[in-house]
Design a binder for this molecule. Structure first.
Ligand SMILES: [Zn+2]
Ligand SMILES: [Zn+2]
Length: 314
């Protein structure tokens, strides 16, 4: 299995403003020494030496993660604005996929707003399968594509064959992978997912304001949360901000580390980045999360930022 982050920003898409781009360029220029310019190799070495927060950006698009089980089969989690890029990337695949399986954590805008622009969904030969533990999935999704909010409808112009699946407690088996879910503490309800395939496990758990009950070592929790090779987890805030924003439905990066350690996660990817945090701030949060992960008891845990455009083996 491998996953690609197409969007990891929370709440709303975040553009790099002209001022932010200018500031990055100015900072890079200040770091250049004459020796960095003497050859093509030297220039490439210099660029490779720049930190990720400076040479690039963490993510502008909202939630969408593609999970490729192997070279031919894939699952998709959430349809934030990141899914637009995923859709465009699909024409590069040979053969072009004719089947998509799209799981929704919930239906806040940042998790559905890219769907009307997902190009494969307009191909009449494509099958689109949508999944949620909630009723009314068809109605919920099609209501964002009606006049006066959008010029074409889901049941009309969006011409793919569509299938709406209400997930039962057992979850679903697809291409030999098992997908199960657990309800999360989030305003209006949200659901986290776990995928087991080929002896590896992947968790996609957002949006969630973690509670003490999420740490309880009971079977229902363990079934979804325990021993994940990769966990993509809501870590929108710093601890200070999380205390100010109780009941907003998101977690701090330190609580995310506590949770990952409590459930014996191998690799944690901080997700649902706060739109007010710039790349430098997100990097500072990452470094603080890493220090915290070393400082508390439990097994070894590697912590990363979920960065848009990266593909990682599970
Ligand atoms: Zn969200
Ligand atoms: Zn939400």
């Amino acid at each position: 299995m491998r996953f690609t982050v197409w969007g990891s920003r929370g709440s709303h898409p975040t553009v790099l403003t002209p001022a932010a781009i200018q500031s990055k360029i100015a900072t890079v220029v200040q770091r250049i020494r004459p020796i960095d310019l003497v050859s093509q190799d030297a220039r490439e070495r210099f660029l490779a030496s720049l930190p990720e927060w400076l040479f690039g950006s963490t993510s502008g698009n909202t939630a969408c993660v593609q999970l490729e089980l192997n070279d031919s089969n894939q699952l998709v989690f959430d349809a934030g604005s990141g899914i637009i890029g995923l859709g465009q990337s699909q024409k590069m695949r040979d053969p072009a996929p004719m089947e998509y399986h799209l799981f929704f954590t919930h239906f806040h805008y940042d998790h559905i707003q890219g769907l009307p622009f997902f190009v494969p969904a307009y191909n009449p030969q494509v099958e689109m399968h949508f999944y949620s533990p909630l009723e009314d999935l068809h109605e919920t999704l099609s209501r964002q594509m009606i006049h006066p909010y959008f010029p074409v409808t889901m049941d009309g112009t969006m011409g793919s064959k569509k299938f709406f699946h209400k997930l039962t407690q057992e979850g679903v088996e697809l291409y030999g992978a098992r997908v199960i879910w657990r309800e999360l503490n989030h305003p209006g309800r949200a659901f986290g997912y776990r995928v087991d395939y080929g002896g590896r496990s992947f968790g996609y758990i957002t949006d969630v304001e973690l509670l003490e009950s999420d740490f309880e070592q009971n079977r229902a929790n363990a079934r979804v949360f325990s021993d994940l090779d990769v966990l993509i987890l809501d870590a929108q805030y710093t601890l200070d901000e999380a205390i100010e924003k109780i009941n907003w439905g998101h977690s701090s990066f330190s609580l995310a580390v506590d949770f990952a350690k409590a459930w014996n996660t191998r690799r944690l990817f901080l997700f649902h980045h706060e739109p007010q945090y710039n790349d430098r701030k997100l990097e500072q949060n990452l470094q603080a999360a890493r220090r915290y992960a070393v400082g508390i008891k439990g097994g070894a845990l590697d912590v990363y930022l979920a960065r848009e455009g990266t593909t990682i083996d599970v």
